[in-house]
Design a protein around this ligand. Structure first.
Ligand code: GRF
Length: 209
């Protein structure tokens, strides 16, 4: 049922990798589990799988060269990304394995509308290879987090989390694979909450009407 707070999301998806999270979102849309449309996919990596995936789903796919920066989206590249998102009327920016820090320009262009997924139970294990961090720390469980993005590294307000036990004999690869299974449930779920008006960001805090 689409309630009174419902809003059909127009998603601009940003990613640098294979795009398995983007796939789970596109499949949720196709399967009627998420009332949204994907208006574009943008990657900073010219041959990223996520761009092929977008094309296969008939979603406009763009490569944006983010040089001279190595780890952030800033300057002319940031402007180009904002322009592409606006041209296609995106109202929600979905970071799906986008390996660059998001800066103020994009956050101001889409206030409270930039989401990310992280492979750990934040605030535990922010940063790179969070599944390996969890394993190295001897954690009994980890998981994944969908959160609103702020200017910090994996610090934004949490929308939802799913837990994953660390099993005896887990390798970084086996643990990451089990976390990804949960990511593929969590991201469409979090976007469905946003579409239903059941979660939003207000003055830097998550509100759940
Ligand atoms: C995921 O593990 C996600 O949590 C992290 O980057 C990875 C992206 O994977 N932010 P994919 O490209 O969606 O398969």
């Amino acid at each position: 049922m689409l309630g009174p707070g419902f809003h059909m999301l127009s998603l601009g998806i940003l990613g640098s990798g294979k795009g398995s999270n983007a796939r789970s979102i596109l499949e949720a849309i196709r399967g009627g589990r998420l009332e949204a449309r994907a208006v574009c996919v943008i990657s900073d990596v010219a041959d990223a799988g996520i761009l092929d995936l977008a094309r296969a789903h008939g979603v406009p796919a763009f490569h944006v060269d983010a040089a001279p920066f190595r780890t952030k989206l800033d300057g002319a590249a940031e402007e180009r990304v904002i322009g592409l998102l606006r041209d296609r009327d995106a109202d929600t920016v979905v970071l799906a394995g986008f390996m660059r820090m998001i800066k103020r320009g994009l956050l101001r262009a889409f206030p409270g509308r930039v989401l990310n997924i992280h492979p750990a139970l934040l605030p535990a294990f922010p940063g790179l290879q969070a599944w390996k961090q969890a394993l190295d720390a001897g954690a009994a469980e980890t998981g994944c987090t969908v959160h609103f993005v702020d200017e910090g590294m994996d610090t934004g307000p949490v929308i939802l989390q799913r837990r994953v036990p660390v099993l005896p004999g887990d390798t970084p690869e086996s643990l990451h694979a089990r976390i990804q299974e949960q990511e593929h449930i969590a991201y469409p779920e979090a976007l469905a909450l946003l579409a239903a008006g059941r979660v939003r960001l207000e003055a830097g805090r998550v509100v759940r009407p």
